[in-house]
Every structure is written in structure tokens, then in C-alpha cells.
Design a protein around this ligand. Structure first.
Ligand SMILES: NC(=O)c1ccc[n+]([C@@H]2O[C@H](COP(=O)([O-])OP(=O)(O)OC[C@H]3O[C@@H](n4cnc5c(N)ncnc54)[C@H](OP(=O)(O)O)[C@@H]3O)[C@@H](O)[C@H]2O)c1
Length: 355
């Protein structure tokens, strides 16, 4: 059986990491073995770890199956994997899939509902976890896939899907009657993709960012105005929606102070500052909720088609906003993890690791 590695982080101290070596398990009937091939790392992966217990993200890839105690966790990653062995007649070795992957060399899945678009992992421990994370899309049955755009899919697919659904929810609700929409961590990929989707369709879009990221965020042209966190006092006082991607308590407090009851909606979307914000905000955005609504209204195919069209508009511009930094091997994955965790990755950079 081939050797395999696992990178784990201490759940209580995300900067402490360990590698363990093992062997890939023998497959039982109904299982397939994926080799994790190429993955990305952004602040979103750190958020999975920060919310690992409360949102059950640690449960996707249990550490005990890899000889690690419960104090360790495997940060979930997005990317491509290759089926290298299969005990499922409909899933062939050699198939390339996109999905939710562990920080490890291999993953055993139990493919279910196999069709041209891919399959779902029906492993028992994933049955109660949010279903969108259990889908593995085959590159051959995916309308958004292009071989020369794999790194864009690795870095942006789940983020852009969130942005697409978030923008859709805001539009679907008539912009909550707001004249302005303020977003924090405006330099993040999820934020600027949301602004890209919303720009010119309604209220004024204001991005808030760190002083060092002002020039980058302004250069994107998808916000009407970009301010530093220290300049909240110059915002127009009128009906405003806050989409919080930073989670910084000081930014929320400053907005509430300045806008008072003109802050008509306060929605937690992300927490790049690694401070959970679900309780402090009035509500939490969770893409699968709007996705379910639109799947019912538009049908699964209608949603896929709209997403693919939006994705193609976005990919036509985003390569100019991004420097993909490609690392090689498990050690590069650990380095990228520590860099993103420490907030040392410039917003122009997207980490991709070839394993
Ligand atoms: N609710 C959902 O369904 C959903 C889905 C996708 C993503 N999200 C969330 O959206 C957020 C953005 O994710 P992303 O992957 O798009 O991020 P990203 O592109 O990696 O974001 C980078 C930006 O985040 C801020 N940042 C990063 N690390 C930081 C640190 N250690 N301390 C303080 N600020 C830091 C900085 O922005 P500024 O200087 O502009 O603050 C930085 O330029 C994440 O929290 C993610 O989980 C939520």
C-alpha cells in the first residue's frame, strides 16, 4: 500500500502543526481512494479551522482515522484530486475531481449518486454535515471546468459561489432598502467577488480595508469607494447594510456608533480576523441556505447555468487581479498555512500547492 502523509494543526493553537506518516488504507467494497493533487489556501481555510468545533468543520476529516488524537485537526482545503483506486464500478481510476479535501496525501470516499457530473461522499461520518461540502465534481462533467483555469477554480470556486449567492440574496431582498452597502476585509477574494457581482446594480458599495491594502482594493474598480478602517467617521449617514468579512469587533462598534439606527442590517459573512462574529452580528450568511432557495426556484440546472455564466464573467477579469504563487509538496502546504494564518499574504497573492 502506498505511503501517505497528513498535516494536522493543533485545534487550540492553529500555528502549531505536525506531520504524520502512514499508509493508505485497503479499500472496502463501495469505496474509492483519492490522491490529493493540487489545493489552494486562503483566509477561508483558516476560518474553517477557527469554526472547526462550532460549525463541525473538523468532522469532515477525522484525525483518529490517521492516528492522531482529538487535539489535532485537518484543515479542509479545496482543490483537485485523482481517483487512484476504486471498488465502485461506476467510478474509474484516473478520474479527476474537484472538491473538499484534507491536508493529507489521500482520502477514502464512498461514492454515491454517481453520474456524469461526479459523485457525493456518503461516508457515514459526513452524512449529517452540510451537503454541499460532500460533492466531488468530475472535470469531464463540469460546465465551469477548463484545464487552463484549474488554479482559478482551486482558489475561487467556493468563494465565488459564496459571493454569487450573497450578492443574489442581497438583490433578492431589494438591497434591504439600503442606500449604501459597506463590506469589511474588502481586499479579500470573497468580498471583492461580491462587489464585482453587485457593482452598478443598486446602492453605493463601500469597501473597508487595512491601510496597506487600500491601493490594491481601489485598483480593482469594483467598489464605489474604499476607505481604511480608521476612516469610518467619513461615511454618509443613511440606510446602510454591513456585510462583515473581517469579524473585527472594533469595526462593528465604530459602524454602530457612527450610523446608529441607520445601520439597517448587520450580516456576518466571514472572520478574517479569526474572531467569531455570529453572536455580535444580527444574522449569519451561510451560502447553502440561499442555494437551497434558488435550487427550488430555478432548479439545480438553472442555478448551475447562472453560476457558470457569472463565473465566466468573473474569470475574464480576475486573472489581472491575482498572482498565483505555486508551492510544491507538503512542506510548502505547511508554509502557506502559517503565512495565511499570520495574515502575511498580500491580497494579490493566491497560494496553490502541488502535492
Ligand atoms: N459564509 C460563507 O459561506 C463564506 C464563504 C466563503 C468565505 N467566507 C469568509 O470570507 C472571509 C474571506 O475569505 P477569503 O478566502 O476570500 O480571504 P482572502 O482572500 O485570503 O483574504 C485576505 C484578506 O483578509 C484580511 N486578512 C487575512 N488574514 C488576516 C489576519 N490574519 N488578520 C487580519 N486580517 C486578515 C486582509 O484583508 P483586509 O486588510 O481588507 O481586512 C487580507 O487582505 C473568510 O473569513 C471566509 O471564511 C465565508
Amino acid at each position: 500500500m502506498p505511503a501517505s502523509w497528513t498535516l494536522a494543526v493543533a485545534r487550540g493553537d492553529l500555528g502549531r502543526t505536525t506531520f504524520v506518516d502512514g499508509v493508505t488504507p485497503a479499500l472496502s467494497d463501495g469505496e474509492a481512494l483519492l490522491r490529493v493533487d493540487r489545493v489552494g489556501l486562503t483566509a477561508n481555510n483558516v476560518t474553517y479551522a477557527v469554526l472547526g468545533d462550532s460549525m463541525r468543520y473538523w468532522q469532515f476529516f477525522p484525525p483518529d482515522a490517521r492516528g492522531l488524537g482529538p487535539q489535532w485537526g485537518l484543515p479542509p482545503l479545496w482543490g483537485f484530486a485523482e481517483v487512484i483506486a476504486s471498488a465502485v464500478p461506476e467510478v474509474a481510476a484516473g478520474q479527476r475531481v474537484y472538491g473538499y479535501l484534507p491536508s493529507a496525501g489521500h482520502l477514502v470516499v464512498r461514492p454515491h449518486r454517481v453520474d456524469a457530473s461526479g459523485f457525493r461522499d456518503a461516508s457515514r461520518h459526513r452524512a449529517e454535515l452540510p451537503s454541499p461540502y460532500n460533492a466531488y465534481r468530475s472535470t469531464t462533467g463540469d460546465s465551469a471546468y477548463r484545464p487552463d483555469q484549474e488554479d482559478l477554480l482551486i482558489l475561487f470556486r467556493p468563494l465565488f459561489f459564496t459571493s454569487f449567492m450573497l450578492a443574489d440574496q442581497v438583490v433578492d431582498n431589494g438591497f434591504y432598502g439600503a442606500a449604501s452597502l459597506v463590506m469589511s476585509s474588502a481586499s479579500s477574494k470573497t468580498a471583492y467577488a461580491t462587489a464585482f457581482e453587485l457593482h452598478g446594480r443598486g446602492p453605493r458599495l463601500v469597501g473597508l480595508t487595512s491601510p496597506g491594502n487600500l491601493a490594491f482594493t481601489r485598483s480593482l474598480g469594483c467598489y464605489d469607494e474604499v476607505l481604511s478602517y480608521d476612516d469610518i467617521g467619513v461615511l454618509d449617514v443613511g440606510p446602510t447594510v454591513y456585510l462583515d468579512l473581517s469579524g473585527a469587533p472594533s469595526t462593528r462598534a465604530a459602524l454602530r456608533r457612527h450610523l446608529g439606527d441607520q445601520l439597517v442590517r448587520d450580516i456576518a459573512v466571514g472572520l478574517t480576523n479569526q474572531t467569531p462574529n455570529a453572536d455580535a452580528a444580527e444574522e449569519v450568511f451561510f451560502a447553502p441556505v440561499q442555494m437551497r432557495k434558488r435550487s427550488q426556484e430555478w432548479g439545480r440546472e438553472g442555478l448551475d447555468q447562472r453560476f457558470t455564466e457569472a463565473w465566466q464573467r468573473f474569470t475574464a477579469v480576475v486573472s489581472g487581479w491575482l498572482d498565483v504563487r505555486v508551492g510544491a509538496g507538503p512542506e510548502a502546504l505547511r508554509n502557506a498555512w502559517l503565512e495565511v494564518l499570520g495574515g502575511r499574504t498580500p491580497p494579490r497573492v493566491g497560494h496553490v500547492v502541488q502535492l
